[in-house]
Design a protein around this ligand. Structure first.
Ligand SMILES: Cc1cc2nc3c(=O)[nH]c(=O)nc-3n(C[C@H](O)[C@H](O)[C@H](O)COP(=O)(O)OP(=O)(O)OC[C@H]3O[C@@H](n4cnc5c(N)ncnc54)[C@H](O)[C@@H]3O)c2cc1C
Length: 379
């Protein structure tokens, strides 16, 4: 059981008065499938984008656990799931690797914009031929004098269509396996980089996603994040943060959904009594709560152990698997509990289900998480 101090609670509560403005028009924005620039400006004003980054760059210097505690509140209060996803992606894709592995020059140049949100971040790992098998990536970065030249392409880049900077993972050694990958900071207007238009998708529609193409895209060697050949280490660190930060937002969303369902089960009357008086409905709600509480415990416990320097590879996989699958189950249960109303766009719950469906895919699919856990069991 996590215990939060007064400062942590104040940070979390400070976000509450932004909830209404952040959520306003979220159903219409989902239908428009456009990045909500106006709400992004509000997000900038909340200060949450700088939560885990050092104060010298304009951040709030908070721990991973405090960052998660505040992000859970964002998930609970901001009904725009796409915007929430873009916030987590922005924070972890560029800021997290720069803070841990970036050179002083890279930090100085990019972290202030990442903390304020004036510079939007994204990261590019997935390629058309390498998704789950990310290390099979084919995009190359070839050393030419003082520069590297990127050739290839990436897909599924969240925030890609609106991002100003990307952390791009590319192969610097043809046979190097994991040690042949390097992370690079690439600015959007770099000659040779083409950013594709947003690609239509099932959910998270206000978080645009697209392709990147690198056609002799020349970047200075100073844009390497970490060391040449350390891209796998950078990605491993980033994926841990990505899972903990974006899935604690899912936990917040599940908490809000649970409250709505309890309220509805108490107030919707059929056959002369509240629908929640039926065990079939009440048990569905209990399952939602059990999924949420288990996910929360795993997420925060894993974050605490990561902070303590423990090996949490399997715990991260378990947290991700549990939270995403509980999220989908809870979103589906909510539609059922609301009956026909739950199926209507105006109710917001069908959007929740479409958004939740992505969570068993991004950051490593459920199957890949199960493979990781199986391999820890020696299978
Ligand atoms: C909303 C969203 C946002 C994303 N954002 C980003 C981003 O910002 N940056 C980025 O680089 N990528 C991003 N991705 C891409 C994401 O990481 C990949 O979609 C994911 O890793 C799966 O790869 P794939 O889609 O190529 O599926 P595939 O790898 O082709 O898998 C297809 C199916 O086969 C299963 N499968 C594959 N291999 C195995 C195996 N060994 N054992 C069992 N089952 C297996 C998978 O689990 C899946 O069910 C995003 C994806 C989504 C949906």
């Amino acid at each position: 059981m996590m215990r939060w101090n007064a400062d942590q609670k104040a940070l979390r509560e400070g976000l509450r008065h932004w909830h209404e403005a952040l959520s306003a028009g979220h159903i219409e924005r989902d239908a428009a499938a456009a990045f909500p620039y106006e709400q992004w400006k509000l997000i900038q004003r909340t200060g949450i984008l700088g939560l885990p980054f050092d104060e010298q760059w304009g951040g709030l210097g908070q721990s991973l656990l405090t960052t998660m505690y505040v992000l859970e509140e964002l998930g609970a209060g901001c009904r725009d799931g796409g915007l929430n996803f873009s916030v987590a992606t922005h924070m972890v894709s560029v800021g997290v690797p720069l803070q841990r592995f970036g050179s002083p020059a890279l930090k100085q140049r990019y972290l202030p914009g990442i903390c304020s949100g004036g510079t939007i971040g994204a990261h590019a790992i997935t390629e058309p031929e390498s998704g789950s098998d990310a290390l099979a990536m084919r995009t190359t970065a070839t050393r030419e004098g003082e520069d590297f030249v990127l050739r290839g392409g990436k897909c599924f880049v969240s925030n890609g269509p609106v991002a100003d900077v990307f952390v791009v993972y590319a192969r610097t050694h043809p046979d190097g396996g994991p040690l042949g990958i390097t992370a690079f900071l690439v600015e959007r207007d770099t000659p040779g980089l083409t950013v594709g238009a947003p690609v239509g998708k099932m959910g998270l529609r206000t978080s645009p996603l697209g392709d990147l193409y690198f056609d002799d895209c020349r970047i200075p060697a100073s844009a390497v994040v970490g060391r040449i050949g350390s891209g796998f280490l950078v990605l491993d660190h980033v994926m841990k943060w990505e899972i903990l930060c974006s899935f604690v937002i899912n936990a917040g969303q599940m908490g809000h959904r649970l409250e709505r369902c309890v309220e509805h089960a108490r107030t919707r009357t059929q056959f002369g009594r509240p629908i929640g008086a039926n065990q079939a409905v009440a048990h569905r709600i209990v399952d939602m709560r059990t999924g949420l509480e288990t996910a929360r415990k795993w997420l925060y416990d894993t974050a605490r152990r990561l902070t303590d320097g423990e090996n949490v590879t399997t715990d991260v996989a378990t947290s991700k698997l549990l939270t995403s699958e509980s999220n989908v189950a809870s979103a589906q249960a909510a539609v059922q509990i609301f009956g026909g109303q739950g199926y209507l766009t105006e109710c917001g719950l069908e959007k929740d289900l479409r958004d939740a469906t992505a969570s068993t895919l991004y950051s490593g699919t459920s199957e890949i998480q199960r493979n990781r856990i199986a391999s820890m069991l020696g299978l």
